[in-house]
Write a protein that binds this ligand. Structure first.
Ligand code: SOE
Length: 395
């Protein structure tokens, strides 16, 4: 049974790509207006995929009115207001520029692009389009996990004092099997980089956003633990299991990245992004230490923010385990009664909520392409630093 046609103003969406991110975005387009009061009701017009059969299945399964295989033709439709780009990074630049030129708002998955040059061109086009009331946003959804939104609020209120240190890890383990098959995320031509751009980008955006400070310099190390993988195999989830005896192809991206960073507000940070932390599934761990307090978060316990108030009398000090499930907390009031918690998918719903409200108000949604370009510049600096062995001191 299709949803009743909305009576009020709508935001008619075309989504390009329908894999993991397509599924998460679809869930958000389908549900945001059912839990939040929105000035525009999203309408899921068309999902685009390279294979007609699979795109049609995605439309039926995820709730899109139609499916198509030609994204360029979809951009020309008068019944599409926004293009949601959920494809690998090598396609973001072409699709976003074409969509903005066609007068469509754009939501583009992270990282914005596969190079600084592409990201600069996308940002320039987005800023020109913004002047015409056509807006673009990049999908760093972890900003919209209530606990991290609360973290930014507490830092902004000065509850941590001056920020001294940032400690950020993104630990996954889906590539720990050396025979997990070669997929697009391990092909530099498609993905741009490996763990660095795929999950390290989230850490860069989230820590800059929480602290309100920008990274100005890095010192880095990249590692590829498994340099070739089966070119065929059952890719289930993100990794899957390949055939150890099958033909193998080269892995030309990083499996893990480490870097230290300086921020323009004086803070110093350390970062790690890896797909080989056996036992860690989606462990985004962020700790911020200030002169008056600290915050700590782990996505694997995502409804909790640990807060240490250093201004309390010493005998009362300790990390408070704030259970971020109350109506007073960001976004939570529109969901379940106290204590029932939220999941990974809710960050995507909150992204749709904020994007839709900003578009209705004709305001620039955040993170903008310029915000995403700042992340791209850090990714590029990390790769340049890691390539410069002269900075490595032997023991
Ligand atoms: C794979 O590492 C991935 O799907 C990322 O691409 C997403 O951005 C992240 O939200 C979950 O993990």
């Amino acid at each position: 049974m299709s949803s009743p046609t909305p009576s009020g103003p709508t935001l008619r969406v075309a989504m390009i790509g329908h894999a993991f991110m397509g599924a998460a975005h679809s869930q958000a387009w389908r549900n945001a207006h059912r839990f939040f009061d929105l000035p525009l009701t999203p309408v899921m017009q068309v999902v685009v995929g390279r294979d007609a059969g699979r795109a049609a299945h995605a439309a039926e399964r995820f709730g899109w009115a139609e499916s198509a295989t030609d994204w360029r033709a979809v951009l020309e439709r008068d019944d599409v207001d926004l293009v949601d780009i959920c494809t690998p990074g090598n396609t973001h630049h072409e699709i976003a520029l074409a969509a903005l030129a066609a007068g469509k708002h754009v939501l583009c998955e992270k990282p914005l692009a596969n190079s600084v040059t592409e990201a600069e061109e996308m940002t320039e086009a987005a800023e020109a389009a913004g002047a015409r009331g056509v807006f673009a946003m990049c999908g760093f959804t972890y900003r919209r996990v209530p606990a991290l939104t609360l973290a930014r609020q507490l830092v902004g209120e000065g509850r941590l004092g001056t920020i001294r240190q940032v400690r950020a890890q993104y630990l996954q383990d889906w590539l720990s099997d050396p025979d997990a098959p070669l997929t697009w995320r391990m092909d530099k031509a498609l993905a741009g980089s490996g763990a660095l751009g795929d999950i390290g980008a989230h850490l860069i955006d989230a820590t800059q956003w929480i602290t309100g400070q920008s990274i100005t310099g890095v010192s880095a190390l990249l590692e590829t633990f498994v340099t070739s993988r089966p070119v065929a195999g059952e890719a289930s989830g993100l990794g899957g299991s390949g055939d150890a005896s099958a033909e193998r192809g080269p892995v030309d991206v990083d499996d893990a990245a480490w870097f230290t960073a300086r921020f323009d507000g004086g803070a110093v940070g350390q970062f790690e992004a890896t797909r080989f932390a056996l036992g860690r599934k989606n462990a985004i761990r962020i700790e911020v230490n200030g002169t008056d307090g600290s915050l700590a978060f782990d996505f694997e316990d995502m409804n909790v923010l640990h807060f240490f108030d250093g201004t309390k009398p010493v005998r009362e000090q300790g990390f408070t385990r704030v259970y971020v499930t109350e109506p007073d907390h960001p976004y939570v009031g529109s969901w379940w009664p106290a204590g029932h918690g939220l999941g990974y998918e809710h960050g995507f719903v909150h992204q749709v909520v904020d994007l839709t409200r900003d578009l209705a108000a004709r305001e620039q949604p955040r993170p903008s392409f310029a915000d995403a370009l700042a992340v791209q510049r850090v990714l590029d600096a990390v790769e340049r630093s890691a390539a410069d062995r002269s900075t490595w001191t032997g023991v």
